[in-house]
Design a protein around this ligand. Structure first.
Ligand SMILES: Nc1nc2c(ncn2[C@@H]2O[C@H](COP(=O)(O)OP(=O)(O)OP(=O)(O)O)[C@@H](O)[C@H]2O)c(=O)[nH]1
Ligand SMILES: [Mg+2]
Length: 191
């Protein structure tokens, strides 16, 4: 089973060239750790390009995870240093993708465990709820927060989203914490 980069789609209505497989989208604020999480999930160090410079991902980057599914690395929202028009364009791409993509089977929604949810996070949460697509909420960069502060961060994120904190997955691409739970949860989406 091959796991490989497939293509970069610049518009959300473009089909993926390849066998018909369900799509799982990885979404989150700029720099939340989307590309790192995608690599963690498939167990490859550098399949998806991660960056020190946020905002590098400008298209829907599609990867094929064997015969399981396609994983779509979606441009992050809320990158402060992008121009207003560019930010709006990425945002539209994400919103249209979430609203209209017929093959979307599930979403992995990432939030940096250290940060309180932003208005952009809340807006995306509302779109995900509106679409009713199965969504995994993942708190990333867990290695940055000691065990003693976890409960406090879960409460702050849950509060910021108006969600129950019981539903969070917690991962670290650095220590691989949560990798197995993440994989099981994604496979559960696929039935
Ligand atoms: N400490 C820590 N840093 C992480 C983790 N995951 C990602 N990072 C760092 O966070 C930065 C952004 O990671 P990416 O995976 O590129 O994030 P992204 O959401 O894909 O970023 P954009 O595509 O630019 O929106 C990089 O410097 C990563 O090394 C993690 O689990 N722990
Ligand atoms: Mg990225």
């Amino acid at each position: 089973m091959l796991t490989e980069y497939v293509s970069s789609l610049t518009r959300p209505e473009l089909p993926i060239a390849g066998p018909a497989l369900p799509e799982i989208a990885v979404v989150g604020r700029s720099n939340a750790g989307k590309s790192s999480l995608l690599n963690l999930l498939v167990g490859r160090r550098a399949l998806a390009r991660t960056s020190r410079t946020p905002g590098k991902t400008r298209a829907l980057n599609v990867y094929r995870w064997g015969d399981r599914c396609y994983l779509v690395d979606v441009p992050g929202y809320g990158w402060a240093r992008a121009g207003r028009r560019e930010r709006a364009a990425w945002r539209r791409l994400l919103e249209r993708y979430l609203a209209e993509r017929p093959t979307l089977a599930g979403v992995i929604w990432l939030l940096d465990i250290r940060r309180d949810p932003s208005p952009g996070d809340r807006a995306i949460g509302a779109r995900l709820a509106a679409r009713g697509v199965p969504t995994l909420v993942v708190l990333t960069k867990a290695d940055e927060v000691g065990r003693g502060r976890r409960a406090e961060r879960f409460a702050a994120v849950a509060d910021g989203l108006g969600m129950a904190q019981a539903g969070f997955l917690v991962t670290s691409a650095h220590t691989r914490e949560g990798a197995e739970e993440l994989r099981e949860a994604v496979l559960a989406f696929l039935g």
